[in-house]
Design a protein around this ligand. Structure first.
Ligand code: NAP
Ligand code: GCO
Length: 261
């Protein structure tokens, strides 16, 4: 087997919301596998922080200010990346938000905001990169899904609706553009220690123990746990894998849960 099939040498990878958290870890792994890394964030301040953080680990990343929910800004950013860095070979739709509010207390505006970032934005960014991928003859799109692409729980109705929708957008991009040698897959992270899950991990929050008990691996995931699967799905090693969601969850989805003692 040729291990070079995992190499990302010569590829340009755009990771949305990649200044910290999961996006930062995936983009860093791509750079180590040979790719040129591009990321965006909403605020200049976060882009600057991101560039400094990549710099610190020896990676020269290209950062852009862009709100992924704004189609005009996204189209401008993609055109600028194509001019300044090159055609995007790998897109990771990573930027995401969560609002933990019981459904009946949630306003329609709050629900829409989550859908906008977690579902509409992957549509907008994918749509912006696909035409050049078709011209180039290949492309990889990786959508960061969730346990909530399969499961529900109290307070996350909008997030679950968005991530469930993102799983189906993944299958549909595969269905429409597989013929152009574009592979669109998802990664469904389990419970990963990042700023997004910080409120759930504070000492004394029973949710922390609940997640550890519900995960056969017996721990929270790390951003590093996601990097191998992300490299696989971005590389030639996955050229016939399409429309799939790879759950990287320490076994949560396979497990019925611990019986009470
Ligand atoms: P995070 O720590 O909150 O990072 C999310 C990133 O997305 C931030 O850099 C954020 O920037 C950016 N972002 C948010 N809205 C944006 C917008 N409109 N335009 C551009 N960038 C935007 O989250 P994370 O835990 O790394 O999660 C990354 C992805 O993985 C999300 O899609 C999340 O739903 C998913 N996920 C996370 C977990 C987990 O356990 N952590 C599990 C499954 C799936 P700002 O700081 O400016 O908002
Ligand atoms: C929550 C969590 C999640 C995770 C993740 C699970 O409140 O339940 O924040 O939804 O972040 O997406 O895969």
């Amino acid at each position: 087997m040729d291990m070079n099939m995992f190499s990302l040498e010569g590829k340009v990878a755009l990771v949305t919301g990649g200044s910290y958290g999961i996006g930062f870890a995936l983009a860093s792994a791509y750079a180590k596998a040979g790719a040129t890394v591009v990321f965006n964030d909403i605020k200049q301040e976060l882009v600057d922080k991101g560039i400094a953080a990549y710099d610190e680990i020896g990676i020269k990343a290209h950062g852009y200010v862009c709100d992924v929910t704004n189609e005009e800004m996204v189209n401008e950013m993609v055109a600028q990346i194509e001019r300044e860095v090159g055609v995007i070979d790998i897109l990771v739709n990573n930027a995401g938000i969560i609002k933990r509010i019981p459904m009946c207390d949630m306003t329609a505006a709050e629900f829409r905001q989550v859908i906008d970032v977690d579902l509409n934005a992957p549509f907008i960014v994918s749509k912006a990169v696909i035409p050049s991928m078709i011209k180039k003859g290949h492309g990889k799109i990786i959508n960061i899904c969730s346990m909530m692409s399969e499961l529900g729980r109290e307070t996350v109705s909008a997030y679950a609706a968005a991530k469930g929708g993102l799983k189906m957008l993944t299958k549909n991009i595969c269905s429409e553009y597989g013929q152009y040698n574009i592979q669109c897959n998802g990664i469904g992270p389990g419970y990963i220690a990042t700023p997004q899950t910080e409120p759930l991990r504070v000492a004394g929050n029973p949710f922390n123990d609940f997640i550890i008990a519900k995960t056969p691996a017996g721990r929270w995931g790390t951003t590093e746990d996601l990097t191998g699967p992300a490299i696989f799905l971005a590389s030639d090693a996955s050229n016939f894998v399409n429309g799939h969601v790879l759950y990287v969850d320490g076994g949560i989805l396979a497990y019925i849960g611990k019986q009470p003692e």
